[in-house]
Each structure stands twice: as C-alpha cells, then as structure tokens.
Design a protein around this ligand. Structure first.
Ligand SMILES: C=C1C[C@]23C[C@@]1(O)CC[C@H]2[C@@]12CC[C@H](O)[C@@](C)(C(=O)O1)[C@H]2[C@@H]3C(=O)O
Ligand SMILES: O=C(O)CCC(=O)C(=O)O
Ligand SMILES: [Fe+2]
Length: 339
C-alpha cells in the first residue's frame, strides 16, 4: 500500500505494476538514472518592482533581465509579483483539503468541472508514468458556483482570487516579453482570457519504493507562459545545457516558465524548456500552475517576417500533441510544426 491516507490515495501502485513489462525495464530505468547526480540551482531571481518603477532605466533593466532568463533558461522566478502570499497560503490549505477527499469521490463526483486526473492512463511504459494527481481546471469553470458542491465553496472563492491575480501577472510578463521583441502593447488578453486559460492543482504523493519514478514526466508546457507556485518540498527539475538541474524552492517567489507557443511566436528566441518533477520518498508535494493559453482557433503567429514554424492554431497544436501521446505515449510538440 502506498503510505499516507490510503482512502484518498489513487491506486498508483496497482496502476504502476500494471504497466511493468519486465523487471529488466525497471532495472534499465534504475541504471539510466542511478548515475545522475542532479545539481541544485537558484533560478534567475527577478524583483518585479523594477517593472513598476517610474525610473525608465530601472524598468528597461528589469525587462532585459526577464528576456535574458527567458532565452537562456526558459525559466525564472519573481519577487514582488503582486500575488498575496497569504492568499497563496490559504490556497495551499484548501488544496490539501481537496486532495484528501476519498479517491472514489475525486474520480466520480465531477468536482471542479470533472477536471480530476491521476497517474497517466496512456502510459505504456514506466518512463511515461506520472506519480501524481491533479485538477486541471478551466478558469471559466472556477467562477461557476455549481462547479463544485457547497463544501468547496471557499476553495472556489480562493481559486477565483488566485486566478485573477495570476492572470494579471501573466499578462504583464507576456506583454513585457513581447515589448522586448519590438511589440510594445502587444495584448495577449485578446486571445488569452478566462475562457481559454487554466489553473492546475498538482499533488505528488510520497513514492518510497522507487526513486526513478517520475512525479510528472518530462514535458514542455503547451501554452504561452506558465506561472508556478510550489511548496518547499522540492523536486522540480529543468533541462539546462543538456543536464537536469533541480530548482531550489524559494518561499517568496513564483516561478515563471516559457511555453511552446511563446517559443514559436518568438521564433525560438524564448525557450520552452523541458522540465519534470521527481517525487519525494517521504513527503507529499503540492504545486499550482496557471497556464496562459489562447483559444483553440487562435493562430499563434510570429514576431518575425521569416518564421521557423508553419502557421498553426492552438487547436491544431493540441490535437497533434494528443495524437502523438496516444500513438507513442510521448508529446512531440513544436518539432511537428517546423517549416
Ligand atoms: C502543462 C501541461 C502540459 C501537459 C499537461 C500539463 O498541464 C501538465 C502535464 C503535461 C503533460 C506531461 C506529459 C505529457 O507530455 C502530456 C501530453 C500530458 O499528458 O501531461 C503533457 C501535457 C501537454 O503537453 O498537454
Ligand atoms: O509541480 C511542478 O513543480 C511542475 C508542474 C508542471 O510542470 C505542470 O503542471 O505543467
Ligand atoms: Fe509543466
């Protein structure tokens, strides 16, 4: 049995074993990952007071730092982001209560617009499996009072406040990144709004039996930009110079990462970087991600005349990702859309 509150735990172990092909597979995985010593890094830490400064030079420096991190890391973390730390703590409290709901109820109750997911149903091998559960909630559904029953009304209210604050931060950062490429005032709000963006609540149960198991398998985000709030347990890793690098948690910062769509729009100037989560052997871990996404009929476009990518809509992108995951168990993403 997996440790922790078994009543609310998904049957991870049974599901995991069901995709065990041969013991050699786990050994290969163990072999591959045994020698990986992962270095811990401090992501570029950017104080957003510079953006709000009346001093033009300060604002220009802040924008340049954000753009540099988005090109070199694809990730950075921000202080003075404008999202209340008390509200984030309240959200964490409500998120824990939500995941403590008995597993059968999480699966059957259609909570939060029936957005509950766990493990990786499409996994056909262990390296496609994610030892985590999540609620991937469309923002539009959060404001719908009937998206969850009365006992979660406070959760819904907190999520609504969080979504508004995260939306504002995401649009500010996207605007600044577009401004840096010569598109001042480029407004993502036109195509990215409440009806197209998502809030994802993640929980990673302790995984004591296999340090090789992914909490969330390596992936890039299928959006313009993600804002991530993680707890202090750690486990997030990103690819930097072909090496996995562990991200040191910072209690006052929010993490920002560039998604596939911004990499395409910026003609590869900004990078959508592969990242994963390794679970902790003893502690459960929580995170919350805000995804800045356009509508499915939005054409992603490009900031330059000669683009590396074909013209495609977000719907075509999502459809291709889902087809590839169904066929091969893996997301391919942008390479499918190169000219
Ligand atoms: C941002 C996301 C991309 C992803 C769904 C998610 O919200 C978080 C998990 C991501 C992931 C990882 C494994 C697969 O590559 C994937 C297709 C999946 O099922 O979950 C991707 C999702 C995606 O790219 O749509
Ligand atoms: O939990 C984390 O730290 C990362 C989650 C993530 O990458 C995602 O939800 O796309
Ligand atoms: Fe992600």
């Amino acid at each position: 049995m997996v440790s922790g509150k078994t009543a609310s735990e998904p049957p991870f172990l049974e599901h995991y074993k069901s995709i065990f092909k041969a013991s050699s597979e786990i050994n290969q995985l163990r072999e591959k990952q045994q020698h990986q010593v992962v270095e811990e890094c401090e992501l570029p830490l950017i104080d957003l007071r510079g953006l709000r400064s009346g001093n033009k030079a300060e604002r220009t420096t802040c924008i340049a730092t954000i753009a540099k991190a988005s090109s070199e890391w694809g990730f950075f973390q921000v202080l003075n982001h404008g999202v209340s730390l008390e509200l984030l703590a309240e959200m964490r409290k409500e998120q824990k209560k939500l995941f403590e709901v008995p597993f059968e109820q999480k699966v059957s109750s259609k909570l939060l617009n029936d957005s509950y997911r766990w493990g990786t149903p499409s996994a056909t091998s262990l390296d496609q499996f994610s030892w985590s559960e999540a609620f991937h909630v469309p923002l539009a559904m959060i404001s719908k009072v009937d998206s969850c029953n009365r006992e979660f009304e406070h959760l819904r209210e907190v999520m609504e406040l969080i979504a508004d604050a995260m939306s504002e931060l995401a649009h500010t950062l996207a605007g600044v990144l577009a401004e840096n490429l010569g598109y001042p005032g480029h407004c993502f709000a036109k195509s990215c709004n409440k009806s197209t963006c998502f809030l994802r609540l993640n929980r990673y149960p302790p995984c004591s039996f296999s340090p090789e198991t992914f909490g969330l398998q390596p992936h890039t985000d299928s959006d313009f930009l993600t804002i991530l709030c993680q707890d202090q347990v750690g486990g997030l890793q990103l690819m930097k110079d072909s090496q996995w690098v562990a991200v040191k948690p910072n209690p006052n910062a929010l993490i920002v990462n560039i998604g596939d769509l911004f990499q395409a729009w910026s003609n590869d100037i900004y990078k959508s970087v592969e990242h994963k989560v390794m679970p902790n052997a003893k502690l459960e871990r929580y995170s919350m991600a805000y995804f800045l996404c356009p509508s499915y009929d939005s054409t992603i476009g490009n900031c330059t005349e000669v683009s590396l990518y074909k013209i495609f809509t977000f719907g075509e992108f999502r459809k291709q990702v889902q087809e590839d995951v169904k066929q091969t168990g893996k997301k391919v993403g942008l390479p499918r859309f190169l000219r």
